[in-house]
Design a protein around this ligand. Structure first.
Ligand SMILES: Cc1cc2nc3c(=O)[nH]c(=O)nc-3n(C[C@H](O)[C@H](O)[C@H](O)COP(=O)(O)OP(=O)(O)OC[C@H]3O[C@@H](n4cnc5c(N)ncnc54)[C@H](O)[C@@H]3O)c2cc1C
Length: 474
């Protein structure tokens, strides 16, 4: 039962949820799950039919399939293809109440979750709030190099990318045009590699006939990775294969290079070299959601809560932390990777622990089953490490596509994404090339980023180009 802090003593309207009588609520254990991502929804689903009441709290109203977020950022898919409302997911699970609210703090002594507008008591708590980007102590870089974690990020990156081509089309100065046509991805993990491949594809195939003054295929896409190789979590042979595959589609890959500054004009790398670039995407670092810091237990340097072998936290068997928020080192000596299978397995395990405890037992130790890793680079290009076999190229790409369709939540989403991909494959089409979020309908193009200088001091006079005039095109 939740209290509205604005009206002390008033119950949350959801307390009268059909199927939950007041007496049943009072008698049944209250489980609160914070976060409706991969870990959270698996935990909640597994409570189906159990004699507990579950409150799922999330600050957004949807579950997001983050692995395909880069396709929204690069105009391949629209947000609703890869997200589904949490209320819809759980509408048939009567012991679940969904609450849209941002959690601010956990009061572990009083066993209460404090959100922006509610206080929610719990008997058992599962924290699954995921991670955000980390700029290694340089938060000011974020305004120039957005990261990719949610739909707002993806649409904002899409807008920056598409707007960069518009800026290039209007630029009178060659240096300005080159900077607008340069896309830097900081970080060569799976997200960085996917972004680079997708930007290269849209520039080299999708948009080649859309512009009159620029050749979009000449866009420069650069990946800068601080570690000695991209895809450092994969076997060295697969990193090498991914690098070759990226280079085959014109992406420049720089390994062992650290970015030392990011500004509105571009990126500075160690040694002082400056790369002028209008669009910089941050895919380099993660930090766990800050809520873990309110539990009063040790966290690691990435902000993850250091959990016990059973996913509970020290001294609090009623609290479990899962997914990207958890630092679980008991299996390999190193933290488990921040990937969706780990979060989903932890989610299901957390529920088993609650049910076991209610049955009079004790929480059980968690064991992660690693089924392998995949990363895509673009059309027909990917790398796969399925533990017993490693391969790259077309087969890896088919495996990647099949697995992503399978794990998408919702039949409609699976169907629409598959249909889109088949259509895009044969047509090179990317349908969601919309520039959104511009307050003046596009005239702000000359001030694309906070703090940046105007692109051109003098107005541009549009002249017929040697490429093709509008009339010739008709
Ligand atoms: C761009 C990208 C690509 C990826 N690609 C892959 C891939 O190909 N394969 C793979 O296995 N993994 C991939 N991952 C990683 C994978 O998505 C994560 O490991 C997984 O989402 C972690 O699950 P989680 O439940 O811990 O957190 P999330 O899925 O991130 O969910 C966290 C939830 O908590 C909510 N939340 C956060 N803070 C609060 C708060 N204070 N109050 C209320 N709600 C809150 C958020 O709104 C969100 O819904 C990718 C991640 C990203 C960002």
């Amino acid at each position: 039962m939740a209290e509205n802090t604005n009206q002390p003593g008033t119950d949350l309207p959801g307390d009268s949820t059909p199927g939950r009588s007041a007496s049943a609520q009072a008698a049944r254990p209250q489980v609160v799950v914070i976060g409706g991502g991969f870990g959270g929804i698996e935990a909640v689903k597994k409570f189906k039919g159990e004699e507990v009441d579950v409150t799922l709290i999330d600050r957004s109203n949807h579950h997001l399939f983050q692995p395909l977020l880069y396709q929204v950022a690069t105009a391949g898919l629209v947000p609703s293809d890869i997200a589904r409302p949490l209320r819809e997911i759980f509408r048939r699970q009567e012991n679940v109440e969904v609450v849209l609210s941002e959690v601010r703090q956990i009061d572990v002594q009083a066993r209460r979750v404090i959100t922006e507008d509610l206080v929610v008591p719990y008997d058992f708590l599962v924290l699954a709030c995921g991670a955000r980007h980390s700029y290694f102590g340089n938060p000011e870089w974020e305004q120039f190099a957005p990261g990719l974690k949610n739909i707002v990020d993806a649409v904002s990156i899409r807008t920056r990318m598409l707007r960069a081509f518009e800026i290039a089309e209007k630029a009178v100065d060659e240096a300005e045009r080159n900077a607008a046509m340069t896309f830097v991805i900081v970080g060569g993990g799976p997200t960085g590699v996917e972004m680079a491949g997708a930007i290269s594809e849209i520039a080299r195939h999708t948009m080649t006939r859309d512009f009159r003054r620029i050749h979009t295929a000449k866009a420069k896409v650069i990946v800068i990775e601080g570690a000695p190789r991209i895809l450092a979590g994969f076997a060295p042979g697969l990193s090498e294969s991914a690098k070759r595959q990226l280079e085959s589609i014109g992406v420049e890959v720089h390994e062992g290079i650290h970015v030392t500054n990011v500004t509105a004009e571009g990126v500075e790398i160690k040694g002082g070299q400056f790369i002028p670039a209008r669009t910089v995407v941050w895919a380099a670092g993660n930090a766990a959601a800050p809520l873990g810091g309110t539990l009063g237990v040790p966290i690691d340097k990435a902000g993850r809560v250091i959990v016990n072998e059973d996913l509970t936290i020290p001294g609090r068997p009623e609290i479990q932390v899962i997914g990207d928020m958890a630092c679980f080192t008991h299996q390999t000596g190193k933290p488990l990777p921040g990937v969706s299978p780990a979060a989903m397995q932890m989610g299901r395990h957390a529920t088993r622990n609650v049910l076991e405890t209610l049955a009079g037992g004790r929480p059980m130790n968690f064991h992660y089953v690693d089924k392998g890793s995949l990363a895509t680079i673009g059309r027909n290009k990917a790398v796969a490490d399925l533990n017993f076999v490693r391969f790259g190229g077309f087969l890896a790409w088919i495996a990647w596509a099949g697995i992503h369709i399978f794990y998408l939540v919702g039949f409609r989403n699976r169907f629409v994404v598959m249909a889109d991909w088949i259509w895009n494959y044969f047509s090179f089409y990317k349908g969601s090339r919309l520039i959104t979020g511009l307050q003046d309908g596009g005239n702000a193009l000359h001030h694309p980023q906070p703090g940046s200088k105007p692109l051109s001091a003098t107005p541009i006079t549009l002249m017929p180009t040697s490429v093709a005039t509008t009339d010739e095109k008709r």
